[in-house]
Design a protein around this ligand. Structure first.
Ligand SMILES: Cc1ncc(C[n+]2csc(CCOP(=O)(O)OP(=O)(O)O)c2C)c(N)n1
Length: 439
């Protein structure tokens, strides 16, 4: 038992004299100090200790075994957008399923379309995996294509249930989590939580199979957090090409900004890193709008601001996964042509914030974000990979008429001790709007 655990246990014994807040803090710290593997080992030990009380046992699904169970109900094709709650299963699929049978799509709606095409060609259902944040993206192709009332396309939806009631989570997930069952019900999709033990998972899959065979529609399994045992993606070979991480690149970009510049940060860890960097510089947070949810919409938010505040330079700090999710907006930005729109895309070739699964932007030989932006009509595009290049590009970009895009190619990865914004979304919005009004 480590020393924090000992302190925690002795605090529990003297519960009456210690405030609950203190206990919670120490419990969290102790948890954070352990690796996932250590936590799983500790849980297995606890399971052994409570052998005579099976109701206290905590189970996990082995991604490999769950994958075998899915195959056994006749599913061979997998597609979707990765999620942190599904990361171990997604990692297993990414590593073990051939490319022709597994496609990481740019958004969740595209995955439903892909599964529909697969069904048309084979008569079989596919699996579509997604975070519940992506439910909005599937509403149209579910309701107007896959649902039994239209084309009756069976498919198995595996949905990461962020914000599950009763569990701590971020503001946007606390809204989407409790609403998730209702959103599925409104679309006529039957669902159940995925059990975290294999017999239960087997039964759930059999129910899904029967529904897909009889009603010929989508069926959903809701995945609660910590359902899967850890499964790590092998190191991505392209990683060593670049020296900077997303966090480092973001810091050099921020160093090149002026006092009155406005930033819209994309969904995921970039905004969290930006928040911490502002904190460490003693900058305040009023210059940044953090797009906590709404993946893929940071650039539209920045466009909306840039068009109204033509005297301010508006920087959108985007990710490759996010820009791919709603890429059509690049054409809208170029066509509406705000001179003050400055688009910085930090391309790590992965969905780093939810487990590091690759995006198509990883293949730098075949795929070029800067050329796509140019083709859409951006006035200027630039590419940087090193600190000195970013410094230089930031000087040029401020003087260049927009819309302009700087793609910064970096390696994947992040700090393990990255925090989350401690200020509320309401405070952030208020301060940001006030900052925008300053002349
Ligand atoms: C509609 C939607 N789908 C999925 C997610 C889960 N999600 C949050 S961040 C993220 C990855 C973002 O990738 P990228 O833009 O490349 O940024 P990175 O994390 O690599 O910095 C995903 C898939 C989400 N928040 N919203």
């Amino acid at each position: 038992m480590n020393s924090l655990n000992i302190i925690y246990r002795s605090l529990l014994c003297s519960k009456n004299i210690v405030k609950p807040k203190v206990i919670r803090f120490i419990q969290t710290s102790s948890y954070l100090l352990q690796s996932v593997e250590e936590q799983v080992a500790q849980q297995k030990k606890r399971n052994e200790e409570v052998q005579d009380m099976p109701e206290l046992v905590r189970d996990f699904l082995d991604p490999a075994e769950f994958f075998r169970q899915i195959k056994s109900i006749g599913i061979d094709f997998f597609c979707g957008v990765p999620d942190s709650l599904l990361k171990d299963f997604c990692a297993y699929v990414t590593k073990n399923v051939p490319k022709e049978q597994h496609i990481i799509t740019v958004n969740e709606g595209a995955a439903v379309g892909l599964a529909a095409g697969y069904h048309l060609a084979t008569g079989k259902p596919a699996m579509v995996y997604l975070q519940n944040s992506g439910l909005g993206n599937i509403v149209n192709p579910i309701m107007s294509l896959a649902t039994p009332g239209v084309y009756s396309m069976p498919m198995l939806l595996l949905i990461g249930w962020r914000g599950e009631p009763g569990k701590r989570d971020e503001p946007q997930h606390r809204i989407q989590g409790p609403a998730t069952p209702g959103i599925l019900a409104a679309q006529g999709i039957p669902f159940q939580p995925l059990p975290d033990y294999h017999d239960g998972a087997e039964q759930a899959l059999q129910t899904a199979k029967r529904y897909m065979e009889t009603a010929h529609g989508p069926y959903a399994l809701l995945v609660k957090r910590q359902t899967f045992l850890p499964y790590k993606l092998p190191k991505i070979s392209m990683d060593d090409q670049f020296e900077l991480t997303r966090e480092g690149a973001m810091q050099y970009v921020v160093n090149g900004l002026h006092q009155r510049d406005v930033v819209v940060g994309t969904t995921g860890m970039l905004s969290r890193e930006l928040y911490e960097y502002r904190q460490s510089r003693g900058d305040g947070h009023e210059r940044d709008f953090l797009t906590v949810g709404s993946m893929g919409h940071a650039s539209s938010i920045a466009l909306g601001i840039a068009l109204q505040k033509s005297e301010r330079q508006v920087f959108c700090m985007d990710g490759d996964g996010a820009i791919l999710m709603h890429m059509g907006v690049l054409a809208t930005i170029a066509a509406s042509g705000p001179k003050n729109f400055k688009h910085i895309v930090i391309n790590n070739g992965t969905h780093d914030s939810v487990g590091g699964q690759p995006t198509v932007a990883m293949d730098h030989e075949k795929f070029s974000l800067s050329q796509i932006a140019k083709g859409c009509g951006y006035k200027e595009v630039m590419v940087a990979t090193k600190k000195e290049e970013i410094d230089k590009c930031m000087q040029i970009i401020r003087q260049t008429t927009g819309p302009v895009l700087l793609e910064i190619k970096v390696k994947t990865g992040h700090r393990k001790n990255l925090g989350r914004p401690t200020r509320s979304t309401t405070e952030n919005k208020k301060d940001f709007m006030h900052f925008l009004q300053l002349s």
